[in-house]
Design a protein around this ligand. Structure first.
Ligand code: UT7
Length: 327
């Protein structure tokens, strides 16, 4: 690639309403002790009457402000989500309207929890093609719209939120997006599904949604693949760039479960103090988890100028990916 792609703005947003483990104890047969020891999650933010594009809008406005840009400066919008406002129009088109702009290409992509990393690579492609590109990448999820609150094995895991970045070729103080690596293995698709309403599982008029309409997951198997895929792709992107674990100042993994994060850290021999974790506050926000963590890590002073950050995620599909960012 000829041009250097930069991240010139970061932002995130989570809805105000908080659902604690104690609240969940009142909904299903679970306990704060079980959720905390098995996942590390203490609370998650959930929407009341906001849709995907509403969360995306605030995250995008925060990223625009951080980049000292106006919505009119944007050239493309990519929204990573598996919970768009509707099938049509896409969340990206609804977001475009809410930003008060027109004409620029806007679309959604779905790579489940890896969606943000996938969108980064697509945005990097736009930046390579168009010298003046200013691409808004926003990962926004109302995961709770596809969570079965009768299923204790999944409903304790997820939260809602959005994270956004702006990519360009010309940001003077921008962080350099050094590389992105993506993978997928469709043969593992059945491990994590949201089937209902898709064309292979169509709803008929008047039919009530059953459990197929919501997230279903083979937790233990997903756990194993998560650890393996994130560790392997982290090592692969480091090797590809002639880097080692010592060259990374902060690892930002997909925030699904603290035990998965710890296992990845151990496999990579990464010191825990160099791993950013906020799953305790937000739960698993799917595609939004990595950009929320990235923006929060920056906000909290965990990333200094010159630091190299490794982003790594996995998700349904099965998909996984990694990105290197030099601040
Ligand atoms: O973005 C991708 C998202 N996916 C993931 O990150 C999921 C990866 N998997 C996991 O994080 C873990 O597998 C879970 C946290 C989902 C489950 O933890 P686990 O240690 O694998 O538990 P398990 O599924 O083996 O279940 C152990 C026990 C079972 O009871 P029995 O059969 O031993 O009597 C479950 O029924 O825990 C029970 N259980 C619960 N108990 C209290 C399952 N969910 C709950 C719950 N509260 N919420």
């Amino acid at each position: 690639m000829d041009r250097e792609t930069q991240i010139c703005g970061l932002g995130f947003y989570v809805p105000d309403k908080i659902l604690t483990n104690d609240d969940l104890e009142k909904l299903v047969d679970t306990s704060d002790e079980w959720i905390t020891t098995r996942t590390g999650i203490k609370k998650r933010h959930i929407v009341e009457d906001e849709a995907c594009s509403d969360l995306a809008l605030v995250a995008a406005q925060n990223a625009l402000q951080d980049a000292h840009l106006e919505p009119q400066d944007l050239t493309h919008i990519i929204t990573a989500t598996f919970t768009p406002d509707s099938y049509i129009p896409s969340a990206a088109c609804v977001l475009q309207k809410k930003l008060g702009i027109k004409d620029i290409p806007s679309c959604d992509i779905n790579a489940a929890c890896t969606g943000f990393i996938y969108a980064l690579d697509l945005a990097r492609g736009f930046c390579a093609l168009y010298a003046d590109a200013k691409v808004l990448v926003v990962a926004s999820e109302v995961v709770t719209s596809r969570v079965n609150f009768n299923d204790r094995s999944t409903c304790v895991l997820f939260g809602d939120g959005a994270g956004a970045v702006i990519l360009s070729n010309s940001g003077e103080d921008g962080a350099v997006l050094e590389d992105v690596l993506l993978k997928a293995d469709g043969s593992l698709g059945e491990l994590l599904t949201v089937k209902g309403g898709g064309s292979a599982y169509p709803l008929t008029f008047g039919q009530k949604a059953d459990e197929d309409f919501f997230v279903q997951m083979q937790g233990q198997t997903v756990f194993k693949h998560a650890v393996r895929s994130m560790s392997n792709i982290a090592l692969e992107i480091l090797k590809k760039n002639n880097l080692s674990v010592e060259d990374i100042n902060l690892l930002i993994p997909h925030q699904a479960n603290n035990r998965i994060i710890e296992a990845v850290g151990k496999k990579l021999e990464f010191p825990p103090e160099k791993i950013f974790v906020n799953v305790q506050d937000y739960g698993n926000t799917s595609a939004a988890s990595v950009p929320i963590a990235l923006a929060e890590a920056k906000q909290k002073g965990r990333i200094a100028p010159g630091d190299r950050v490794l982003l790594v995620a996995f998700g349904g599909g099965f998909t996984w990916g990694a990105a290197l960012v030099k601040f």
